[in-house]
Ligand binder design. Structure first.
Ligand code: FAD
Ligand code: SF4
Length: 429
């Protein structure tokens, strides 16, 4: 059987590995280790916060290695997962179909979404678990005519304990993440090599022969008939550029900013995150306890249970890039305007809940939805293959998205990755 290499095991990688195994002999090369959720209590970082001994978000991987943090010079914090499942085990399980831009380009993913909906448990049946303050916020949003709706979750609400620790990995087994698809691929005979960071594609005359990767301190060549890059919106462009394949400086990241207030007994830190969502033209708003801001932003005062926060997730201008050494991404004046508008909007929601303007504070700008540096074009709608790539190399992650979603992207990335797998099978098996 022909050999395929899939680089990365996140939303895109695990999906495409499952799709290809059987038609190809698949090996998944994953830079990180087996994902381990954070099992420790948050009491220790809580104590360190109170003693003012937590200084910088870059300290997070010291106690939670699966979370990789990078910062841009203007202090935007970029979060991603390195390990099996990629960023999905850190996710808050939101499952939205966000393919309108792809549809406009002639990429119709109905069949893929339909299959995913049969394979992934997606539910909105978590309302009975909302805290009183969340219910009140929901009513305020409804009374303001904002059309809030419960967020569809890739989770089993029966198992969810509402612990609020989704971003540290789920300990109860309630949350679905892409390790399930990875396990399915492995059960069908695929191979997984962890701690194997792909550096470049080796190719000649428009065809790749394999990849070079660093694994356990040594560089190694992995031969392949087909290569699918799914190292994520920050990982794939670095491999492409190291292989002499230029990317577009069209990085988007969906920046997040929380607007918060003190609220006795909010207990949002012990509740399913992002329980409902309000969709606006350039951003979404959703209740969210931001652990990153809580632990590292001095405006966020202990105890955690007494903070109430609304998350803004902005669809930023797709302008920026990632290189081997750094992420170049700043908010444009238009992004800043939209963010300011969104902050005022959240402040108004809080005001209607009874919060005084002077009691409102914001969090740290962070981002976790990078993509867009090898965006699909109309011409690629059938093949899903960029002419920049060697004929037997595909990309199957957020890099393909034509623009920012300002919304949870995993489900759409998985639908796209499935289609990429199919296109690759037709062309190469
Ligand atoms: C805190 C947080 C919460 C989120 N919550 C949600 C949510 O609720 N719903 C949602 O839809 N989205 C959510 N997201 C975003 C979502 O998880 C990502 O957009 C999605 O996982 C991206 O998929 P991907 O396949 O592009 O990359 P990833 O899932 O990041 O996978 C990339 C994989 O490639 C590996 N890799 C990287 N470089 C290399 C290399 N050189 N060689 C080999 N392997 C490599 C990584 O280890 C990783 O396994 C969240 C993100 C964050 C940070
Ligand atoms: S809130 Fe629910 S889904 Fe999230 S980590 Fe806790 S138990 Fe798991």
């Amino acid at each position: 059987m022909k050999k395929a290499i899939v680089v990365g095991s996140g939303a895109g990688g695990a999906t495409v590995a499952k799709e290809l195994q059987g038609s190809f002999d698949v090996t998944v090369l994953e830079a990180g280790r087996e994902f381990q959720p954070l099992t420790r209590s948050l009491k220790v970082p809580e104590r360190l916060k109170r003693m003012k001994l937590l200084f910088d978000e870059m300290e997070i991987p010291l106690f939670f290695p699966a979370m990789r943090i990078q910062k841009t010079p203007d202090r935007m914090v970029h979060v991603r997962g390195i390990g099996t499942g990629g960023t999905t085990p850190l996710g808050t399980a939101n499952a939205l179909r966000m393919d309108h831009d792809l549809k406009k380009m002639g990429i119709h993913l109905d069949a893929e979404f339909e299959e995913l909906s049969r394979q992934i448990p997606i539910t909105t049946a978590h309302r009975s678990k909302w805290r009183e303050t969340t219910n009140r916020l929901y009513e305020v949003c409804r009374d303001m005519g904002l059309n809030p709706w419960p967020m569809p979750k890739m989770a089993d609400p029966g198992l969810c304990q509402g612990c609020g620790r989704c971003i540290f990995g789920c300990l109860s087994g309630a949350k679905w993440d892409s390790r399930k698809f990875l396990r399915d691929a492995l059960a069908q005979g695929a191979r997984l090599i962890t701690e194997c960071a792909v550096k470049e594609i080796v190719s000649q005359n428009g065809r790749a022969s394999g990849v070079k990767a660093r694994t356990r301190g040594r560089m190694k060549f992995f031969p392949a008939d087909l290569i699918v890059l799914a190292a994520g919106g920050l990982g794939t462009p670095v491999i492409l550029q190291a292989s002499g394949i230029p990317c577009e400086p069209r990085l988007f990241v969906d920046p997040v900013l929380c607007v918060a207030t003190g609220w006795i007994g909010a207990w949002q830190n012990r509740e399913i995150p992002m329980p409902f969502v309000v969709q606006k033209e350039h951003y979404i708003v959703s209740p969210y306890f931001d652990h990153l801001s809580y632990f590292f932003n001095r405006r966020w005062k202990a105890p955690a249970r007494n903070i109430l926060s609304l998350m803004i997730k902005l669809a930023d201008t797709n302008l920026g890039q990632v290189t081997r050494r750094r992420i170049q991404k700043t908010l444009t004046p238009e992004d800043k305007d939209r963010l300011k508008h969104a902050v005022d909007f959240c402040a108004e929601i809080l005001r209607r809940l009874g919060v005084k303007k002077e009691d409102i504070f914001t969090g740290t700008i962070n981002a976790g939805h990078p993509g867009g540096m090898l965006p699909l074009t109309r011409e690629e709608a059938e093949t899903l293959h960029s002419p920049r790539l060697p004929e037997n190399v595909y990309v199957a992650d957020a890099s393909l998205l034509p623009g920012p979603l300002g919304n949870p992207p995993s489900l759409t990335i998985m639908a796209l990755a499935r289609r990429v797998g199919r296109a690759a099978k037709i062309a190469h098996s």
